[in-house]
Design a protein around this ligand. Structure first.
Ligand SMILES: C[S@@+](CC[C@H](N)C(=O)[O-])C[C@H]1O[C@@H](n2cnc3c(N)ncnc32)[C@H](O)[C@@H]1O
Length: 306
């Protein structure tokens, strides 16, 4: 969805776009390359991602700044930036949620069921809680909740019971073997690799991915100048639900007055949605990048304050 992201920020005036999940800076590079009026403030909680971003963006020296931070700390990060990256409001904000390909492809990070490695899955390696801690220290009921809520795993109860019985589990390979033994054969033949949902669920739990999303979106909307734009790419129904709800909240100002009577509560609408619902990947994108199958893209523009 690179072209759509580049197009989203074409009409914004000169200023700073927040790339809240800069990763390897594929999006940031395209924005700096295609829009001469833009600077990028790139955040990531993963220091390895920031090193890759630095290498990719070096030719745009002076037009970008990279900060090691979780995106829900946006207000604090903005306050600490010297001009021109701090101070004035943002002209744009981009969130490309979830895990990156380099995180999945580096075996030692423990995100992938394709390699045997320590059960880690921390995006920020300065954090202490790992996937092994989640698997080995959570109650069976909490594991069921994690697998169902973050992985939509239909065999959550069976898997959680097996995890508790086989503890301690320290390696991704041990977890994959457990899943292969535990998930019934017909279910194993459906819906991709049998470990996919469990690995996604553990990753979301380890990194508290859904907990930090709503406050981060609110802070980004707050920081936008009137006319500034926000775009969010999500890959999981739980993420997209939060994005949709926060966009709706900012679109209505939280107003719950019956539509036929008009708004009488004085709610302040802060954004206008650029389209209803979410955009999904085109057939060409799906062919080039299978991960885009679950991508949902939503966007809004900040309104003038009254
Ligand atoms: C899908 S990748 C982004 C890829 C990027 N758009 C690019 O073009 O290369 C998501 C990135 O967001 C980071 N991330 C996830 N949650 C975060 C959070 N709460 N705060 C900061 N960074 C986060 C991950 O570490 C990862 O590098």
């Amino acid at each position: 969805m690179l072209d759509e992201i580049v197009e989203l920020f074409a009409p914004v005036p000169e200023g700073t776009v927040l790339d809240a999940t800069v990763g390897g800076a594929g999006h940031a590079e395209a924005l700096l390359d295609r829009h001469r009026q833009l600077r990028v403030l790139g955040l990531d909680r993963d220091r390895a991602a920031l090193e890759a971003a630095e290498r990719r963006l070096v030719r745009f020296a002076g037009r970008y700044r990279l900060v090691h931070a979780r995106f829900d700390r946006l207000a604090e990060v903005l306050a600490a930036q010297p001009p021109p990256f701090g101070g004035a409001g943002l002209v744009g904000a981009l969130f490309d949620l979830g895990v990156s390909s380099p995180q999945l492809d580096r075996a030692e990070r423990g995100f992938s069921y394709r390699f045997d490695a320590p059960l880690d899955m921390r995006m920020d390696t300065t954090q202490t809680r790992t996937a092994a801690d989640v698997v080995n220290q959570s109650s069976e009921a909490d594991l069921v909740h994690i697998l169902r809520t973050y992985g939509d795993e239909p065999n959550a109860r069976r898997i959680a019971r097996a995890m508790v019985a086989r503890r301690p589990l320290q390696r991704t390979g041990e977890l994959v073997a457990l899943l292969e033994d535990t998930i019934p054969a017909p279910a194993r033949r459906r819906g991709g690799h049998p470990a996919k949902r469990t690995f996604q669920a553990l990753r979301i739990e380890v990194n508290g991915e859904l907990d930090v999303l709503a406050p981060a979106l609110d802070a980004a909307v707050d920081a936008l100048q009137p006319g500034g734009r926000i775009g969010v790419l999500s890959y999981h129904s739980g993420e997209d639900r939060i994005v949709k709800a926060r966009f709706r909240h900012h679109e209505t100002g939280g107003c719950t007055c019956p539509p036929q009577l008009g708004c009488r509560c004085g709610a302040l609408r802060t954004v206008k949605l650029l389209w209803r619902g979410s955009h999904t990947a085109s057939a060409a994108e799906l062919a080039a990048n299978p991960r885009s199958e679950s991508a949902r893209f939503r966007a809004a523009t900040k309104l003038e304050s009254r």
